[in-house]
Every structure is written in structure tokens, then in C-alpha cells.
Design a protein around this ligand. Structure first.
Ligand SMILES: [Zn+2]
Length: 291
């Protein structure tokens, strides 16, 4: 018989209709983030992302939404992922007839939310795992050449697709909107700017309101608060490379949405958030385009 893993134990707990992450025993929560990764044999011609065309000028991205590691990088395990962000981005896109662009591989291989020129410790090839601050030995030892090779193979195709899509949307529909979906720990882990603090339900990364129309951003915040969500702006994160780079294209509004594990790990609450967000974003974009 196969040896039981922490993943099995976790599945058992989820099946037991586990609804509140705070009832989670802390050790198990940590084990969860380090659950076994999935390995995939990579077809060299296959794209390192999943993409779906939409009908509205909105794109949902999830650059950290995968736990998959190409089999030749097996030593990178355990992977880390922004849990449930890929499925959330896809569901939001489906609700709104929008586009989605989701990473096929874990951020441990290459971090799509970092500049390709950032080869430092927490750069495009990270030397640490963000969830538990353990070292990723293979990455810490990687040469500049190896890091650049990963950027070429896994980072560039994702960003080329994003830029092409946004340029096309702006050309055809005048505006484009990027919502970059991430996962936020409910209590800030060690080594973060807000270490030990309880975090809001939703953090909107807006880079000091520089990456999206301020009226639009404040409208989104207000509507979410009316639905009962606690929302912070730029706290603890201001927005990473995906939103900053997207907003460099004129007429593109970008918002990083960091969604709290309190919601993301509770399927009922997550589904409700998808419904609420798609309704609010749909109305917001309709009004904004009409302005
Ligand atoms: Zn993330």
C-alpha cells in the first residue's frame, strides 16, 4: 500500500467538510503549503501558460497559481503556489466572458511576477520559498546563464502573450483591464513587512494609485466593502511586476487582488467571492467604458 502523505491527511480533513482555516492545526497548515508537488514531463513546444480568449476587454491573470514542476527540475520540490488562484481566475473569466492567462508551472521554477532582469535572492528565480522561508538550494546555486535560460523558456512566453492581448484589446476596444489574482496568508508570515498581523480579506495592490484610474479603483473598493469585505490598499503589497508592467501600456488599468486564505480555503466563501467580484467588476467596467 502507498505510504500516507500529508496531502492525504489534508484531503481527509477537507472531505470532512473543513470550513474554517483557523481551526486548522498550525503544523498541518504548514504541511499543507509544502504538500507534494506534481511533476510534469514537458513537451518543448508546449506553452508555459493556459490562456482563454474572451469577449470583454478584461483579463484575469494568476502567475502563481500552479504547483507543477517540470520533471527535469524535480529537485526544486516542494513547489509553492498561490492556492486556488488559477481556478478563481478561470471562474471569474467565465462569469464575465473575459480572458484568462494562468501559469502552468510553479513560481519556484520562475517567478512571473518579477522583472526578468531581477536576478537577486527574491528575484525572477527565487532562492527562498515565500511560505516558510526555506532555501531553494538549486536556485540559490543557479548561474546567471541558467536563470536567463529559464526566463527565456518559461517567463517570456507568458509576458509576450499578456502584452499582445492587452495591445489588441486597447486597439479594438480602447480600454483594457487586468486583475492579477494572488493568495494572501490570513496572518502575515515571518519575514513580511506586516509580520504577525492579521490581514484584510482583500488587498488591492495599486502602486499608490498609479496603475489604475483612481475613481475606478475606489469604486471597486467601495463596492467590495458594501458586500461586507474588509479591503486594504497597498497593504501589505503594492503590486508586482504583472500589474506594473501591464499598466505601462496606455489605457490599461491594472489591479493586483490579493485574496485572503480565510476565503480561498473555504469553498463556500470562495464561490461567493467569485460571484461578488464578477458582478462588481462587470458593472465597473461597463460604467468606466461608458464614461
Ligand atoms: Zn502571489
Amino acid at each position: 500500500m502507498r505510504k500516507k502523505t500529508v496531502g492525504d491527511e489534508l484531503n481527509r480533513l477537507i472531505r470532512a467538510r473543513f470550513h474554517d482555516v483557523h481551526r486548522f492545526n498550525k503544523a498541518l497548515a504548514n504541511a499543507f503549503y509544502r504538500a507534494p508537488s506534481r511533476f510534469l514531463r514537458v513537451n518543448p513546444r508546449s506553452r508555459p501558460y493556459e490562456f482563454r480568449e474572451g469577449r470583454t476587454p478584461i483579463i484575469f491573470t494568476a502567475p502563481h497559481g500552479s504547483d507543477v514542476i517540470p520533471v527535469e527540475y524535480k529537485k526544486l520540490a516542494p513547489a509553492e503556489e498561490d492556492f486556488k488562484t488559477a481556478v478563481t481566475a478561470k471562474e471569474l473569466a467565465k462569469e464575465l466572458g473575459a480572458y484568462y492567462l494562468v501559469a502552468k508551472y510553479s513560481r519556484i521554477l520562475v517567478d512571473l511576477n518579477r522583472s526578468p532582469n531581477d536576478l537577486r535572492r527574491k528575484g525572477v528565480v527565487s532562492h527562498i520559498r515565500y511560505n516558510d522561508r526555506t532555501e531553494v538550494e538549486l536556485n540559490a546555486r543557479a548561474s546567471k546563464k541558467e536563470k536567463m535560460a529559464r526566463v527565456r523558456k518559461y517567463w517570456k512566453p507568458f509576458h509576450a502573450k499578456l502584452a499582445k492581448t492587452l495591445n489588441k484589446l486597447v486597439d479594438e476596444q480602447l480600454f483594457a483591464y487586468v486583475f492579477d489574482i494572488h493568495f494572501l496568508h490570513s496572518v502575515a508570515p515571518k519575514g513580511t513587512p506586516d509580520e504577525g498581523e492579521r490581514r484584510a480579506d482583500i488587498c488591492m495592490g495599486l502602486c499608490d494609485y498609479e496603475i489604475a484610474d483612481k475613481v475606478l479603483a475606489l469604486y471597486l473598493k467601495q463596492k467590495l466593502e458594501e458586500k461586507g469585505y474588509e479591503v486594504s490598499v497597498d497593504k501589505p503589497f503594492k503590486g508586482g511586476f504583472v500589474v506594473r508592467n501591464s499598466s505601462a501600456i496606455p489605457q490599461v488599468n491594472a489591479v493586483e487582488l490579493e485574496l485572503n486564505e480565510r476565503i480561498m480555503l473555504n469553498e463556500k466563501k470562495r464561490k461567493k467571492l467569485v460571484k461578488d467580484l464578477s458582478k462588481i467588476i462587470g458593472e465597473l467596467v461597463k460604467d468606466h467604458v461608458a464614461l
